[in-house]
Design a protein around this ligand. Structure first.
Ligand code: SAH
Length: 484
């Protein structure tokens, strides 16, 4: 069977072509590509059959490549940058489709990605693409101008950094002027703009300018124009788009700014205000959820009545979760005090079981059997903890352990029920394996919602309520609480 390699050669020098692309080219009997690209890789294709084509012969180029590969040859079809970004890959599929080619048919197709112009040119001028960015080709040879115009407008409105490919050619001069006009409606004239011509090639030429002035410079077929977002700035001649660290952290000290939390969504003044106003109109003032991690200013859950007793309503999961929450909140009031100050109440129970942390996993003891729930954070010698492994369930979600010596284990939580079913149940409720940081937060939340109790002179957080709560309901409560 023949092979068609669809190869992106990167910006155009040997340092920036991938080993996979190079290997494909070297393996090929025949290399097909636009004249300029063939020239860029000329020393790698000496002695090979070569088909050079002009710009407007692309369909023919793709068809020839497929036909030749079908004859059993190994062919490389070359694009600059990446073949999947305004390159030959799409065209190959269009021709294959026309031929009714199916997966497994001759020829086989292999892709070799390359560094696309936005990425290579971006790296020549600093770090312009750090945040959300997009690429727009200004070539209206195959795309109606009205479509392109709409995309520029949307990208400008969305404050994307924009890399313009095919910004102009000998005949096409109007498009980039129009693009500037649209962008200026949304961004200041001082917005940085980089013009990178022939990036990483011999004739590389770079101009740093701004939105008001970049049209004063030469822009052609070999140029990529990178227009900054409203946040992009110039620093020491480099074009930089901030990632947003300074919204959350003091850059000098690295400390989290007041009102922000490290692993939580960025709190931004007025962020949700537009939505809050609408919600207030619909729901009245009652929709705010007190005593959760949802602070009043950014809460946008919309329960009609959070104290509805009908617990689970099938139609409205948010409502159900909130109902469940309100039941949790009816437990004994817990003042905001440091944990030690909370009095532990002595209790009696007939079938206590116990839960504690062990090296990032949970250790569960139901009075008879021990279970490890979740994986250890780092490999750990079980015998040092007093155990031997008996059985592994469901790929290690739960392991049954046997006590082999009397190393003492610490248990923080009082549970009830037992057996492997309860171990699975606790796994589900704690979301142990799926995401360690969520399981930690769930742990904190569970502690906060639980009473401290004394059993046989030992104090525990009493999480029997969690053992009893149906899994589905807890899932909803958890999702609500972890939302922000
Ligand atoms: N497949 C290519 C893009 C082909 S469209 C890729 O992924 O990069 C052709 C356009 O790409 C040019 O008009 C120019 O805007 C951009 N381009 C490609 N290589 C470039 C380079 N080395 N320097 C600057 N722009 C380049």
């Amino acid at each position: 069977m023949g092979t068609l390699h669809i190869v992106g050669i990167g910006p155009g020098n040997d340092d920036h072509i991938t080993p996979s692309a190079l290997r494909a080219i070297q393996e090929s009997n025949h290399v097909i590509g636009y004249t300029t690209y063939i020239r860029l890789i000329k020393k790698h294709i000496e002695g090979k059959e070569i088909t050079r084509t002009g710009m407007s012969e692309e369909i023919g180029r793709a068809r020839v490549a497929i036909e030749m590969a079908k004859e059993g040859k190994t062919i490389s079809l070359i694009s600059s940058g990446d073949a999947g970004v305004y390159g030959m890959a799409g065209l190959v599929f269009e021709v294959l489709k026309e031929m009714n080619w199916k997966r497994g048919d001759d020829p086989q197709i292999q892709f070799h990605p390359g560094i696309t112009a936005s990425v290579s040119c971006g790296s020549r001028v600093g770090a312009p693409l750090i945040h959300d960015s997009c690429t727009i080709s200004l070539s209206d040879l195959l795309t109606p101008w009205t479509v392109i115009e709409k995309r520029i407008e949307s990208a400008a409105q969305g404050d994307f950094v924009i890399s313009f490919y095919n910004p102009a050619s000998g005949r096409r001069q109007r498009q980039i002027v129009e693009a500037q006009r649209i962008l200026k409606k949304y961004r200041p004239g001082t917005t940085p703009v980089a013009l990178v011509k022939s990036g990483y090639r011999k004739r590389e030429h770079i101009v740093m300018s701004d939105l008001d002035h970049f049209l004063d410079y030469e822009i052609g077929m070999l140029t990529t124009v990178i227009v900054g977002s409203s946040q992009t700035y110039l620093y020491e001649g480099y074009m930089v788009t901030p990632r947003g660290y300074s919204n959350k952290y003091e850059m000098e000290t690295g400390k989290v700014k007041e009102g922000q939390r490290k692993t939580f969504s960025l709190r931004h003044e007025g962020d949700m205000n537009s939505r809050l106003e609408d919600l207030k109109k619909e729901e009245g003032e009652n929709f705010k959820l007190a005593k959760t991690y949802v602070t009043p200013t950014d809460s946008w859950v919309t329960p009609k009545d959070i104290h509805d007793k009908s617990f689970v309503t099938k139609k409205d999961p948010v409502q159900s979760a909130l109902n469940a929450l309100s039941i949790l909140d009816k437990g004994p009031k817990k003042e905001k005090k440091v944990e030690e100050e909370r009095p532990a109440l002595p209790i009696k129970t007939t079938n206590p079981s116990y839960l504690g942390w062990m090296e990032g996993a949970l250790l569960y003891f139901d009075g008879k059997q021990y279970f490890q729930i979740g994986e250890f954070k780092t490999p750990c010698d079980l015998s040092k903890k007093g155990f031997k492994e008996l059985e592994i369930y469901k790929d290690g979600i739960v392991r049954e352990l046997k006590k082999v010596n009397d190393v003492k284990n610490d248990f923080e939580f009082l549970c009830e029920g037992g057996g492997i079913e309860m171990a699975f149940n606790l796994y589900e409720k704690w979301a142990i394996l799926r995401n360690k940081s969520i399981s930690k937060r769930v742990g904190r939340l569970v502690k906060e919602k639980s009473n401290k109790v004394l059993l046989n002179q030992q104090s525990y957080h009493d999480i029997r309520w969690l053992c009893q709560m149906p899994k589905e309901i807890w899932e909803m409560v958890r999702e609500e609480l972890l939302k922000c």
